[in-house]
Design a protein around this ligand. Structure first.
Ligand code: CU
Length: 486
């Protein structure tokens, strides 16, 4: 027997025995039904399930009666962008990673239609952790390209559940993005909140390292060794940053449905600048209050709820922190509204929290050099350079090249930069400490040496020189090599 239902039932029994006055109200409630066992909840109508792409979730179930719910899910294998300049062939439920969000209630009878698009290359299936039955549906749903499989199940347990493909090699299908969430609401629905979002972490394994350009194939050996190149929310780097950030207003309550598809890594899910007022631990009935970081197992989930009090940018991370700043597991929640100086005196900045990029990952002098795609024109050099800038430089110097006042000097219209190209190359190669004057203002910050190849230094500097009113030079790998060898 479902534990919540059992508890309700016992309470009702006690109340019924308590007296005649109470008995009346009990009978009324009974008319509103309570079932000992969710399997007995009748369904009498049919509806098509609303499916949504992340970070959106379908309309709350609320008080609707149990129904026969038709889920129409299409598997698509498609090429997408892992990060700027890097593409990957994702295998998806519904065209997104994570797959479409499914929302149902206890007692629903779900008729699942799994379609494998004719252009796909592989068979797939689905294992829903919300199913009571062999393989969670996987055994009944193996579907070849151009086919559709149908199976049904009775929804017995409330909670937030992962679904994923379970076709061999299982790890590979999950690693390519075949996972998503299904929420089963309890009888009567969940307490209303102002905002709900869908976030799911996943780890990816590519032949190249983080940021290596071009179409990157899945790397089985790295996956077996659990050495992820990318750890991301919602399928790719930047899925929840900048214009894609989640939003809320001060005073609102926010509920995040957070899943972890894995295939390998456990998430230490944390929201920088907030405390989870409530966590439905592992997506189940247990509620923990006032939580800073919650563990989300691979193949597991959690529901976190909090009220945002002051405006600013809050940062979602896996607090296994290199994953956040070097592998992509970083998202943003932008909150607008009135300041409340009593709760927080200062101002939050999103500027220092931008991804640092993969170039920092590889230690100096380590590894043989990978074959590199070289720019064949100035235009291409600028294009490649922009990507490197976005991964490496813009945390300090900013997307518009204007730097941060009193901290990091501007690169836009910079007299320091335009006066001496060899000096600029030297700074990128070897870093810079001590006081410098840029456009009449003094700066005394530290720039770390960038572990970039000659080609990369040439590209990023060419991008900078050809942006924001600078002197439009092209920096070539030969020029960088000459400075490096000095
Ligand atoms: Cu699959």
């Amino acid at each position: 027997m479902n534990s919540t239902v059992k508890k309700n039932f016992t309470q009702k029994l006690f109340l019924c025995l308590a007296g005649a006055a109470l008995l009346t109200s009990c009978v009324n409630k009974q008319a509103d039904k309570t079932y000992d066992d969710a399997v007995d909840i009748p369904v009498n109508q049919q509806m098509l399930a609303e499916l949504t792409s992340p970070p959106n979730v379908p309309t709350p179930v609320g008080k609707r009666k149990a129904k026969k719910l038709i889920v129409d899910m299409e598997i698509l294998e498609l090429e997408g962008e892992m990060t700027s300049g890097v593409s990957y062939v994702y295998w998806t439920f519904g065209g997104t990673v994570p797959g479409s969000f499914i929302r149902a209630r206890v007692g629903d009878e779900i008729e699942f239609h799994l379609k494998n698009h004719p252009d796909n290359k592989l068979p797939h299936n689905i294992d829903l952790h919300a199913v009571n039955g062999p393989g969670g549906g996987a055994e009944s749903s193996l579907v070849a390209p151009g086919h559709e499989k149908v199976f049904s199940f009775k929804v017995l347990n409330p909670g937030l559940y992962v679904y994923h493909c379970a076709t061999a090699p299982v790890g590979m299908h999950i690693a390519n993005g075949m996972y998503g969430l299904i929420l089963i609401e309890p009888e009567g629905g969940m307490a209303p909140v102002d905002r709900e979002y869908y976030v799911m972490q996943g780890d990816f394994y590519t032949e190249g390292n983080f940021g290596d350009r071009g179409l990157q194939a899945f790397d089985m050996q790295k996956a077996v060794r659990e050495q992820a190149d990318y750890v991301v929310f919602n399928g790719h780097v930047g899925a929840l940053t900048g214009d894609n950030a989640l939003t809320a207003k001060t005073g609102e309550t926010v509920r995040l449905f957070v899943g972890n598809g894995g295939p390998n890594l456990v998430s230490s899910f944390h929201l920088i600048g907030e405390i989870f007022d409530k966590v439905h631990v592992e997506g189940g009935d247990l509620i923990n209050d006032n939580v800073q970081t919650t563990l989300i197992p691979a193949g597991g989930a959690a529901i976190v709820e909090f009220r945002v009090d002051v405006p600013g940018t809050y940062i979602l991370v896996d607090h296994s922190i290199f994953r956040a700043f070097n592998k992509g597991a970083l998202g943003m929640l932008k909150v607008e509204g009135e300041e409340d100086k009593q709760i927080y005196s200062g101002e939050l900045s999103d500027k220092v929290y931008l991804p640092e990029g993969g170039v920092i990952q590889s230690m100096p002098g380590s590894k043989e050099k990978k074959e590199e795609i070289t720019a064949s024109s100035v235009e291409e050099r600028i294009k490649f350079g922009k990507d490197i800038y976005g991964r490496t430089c813009f945390a300090c110097h900013q997307a518009d090249g204007k730097g941060i006042e009193d901290a990091f000097p501007p690169l836009a219209n910079s007299d320091y930069l335009n006066a001496d190209v060899d000096r600029a190359i030297d700074v990128v190669l070897h870093g810079l400490t001590g006081e410098i004057t840029v456009n009449g203002k003094t700066y005394n910050s530290v720039m770390t040496a960038q572990n970039l190849s000659d080609e990369e230094v040439a590209n990023v500097l060419t991008y900078v020189y050809n942006s924001w009113g600078n002197s439009k030079k092209e920096v070539t790998p030969e020029m960088v090599k000459a400075v490096r060898n000095k």
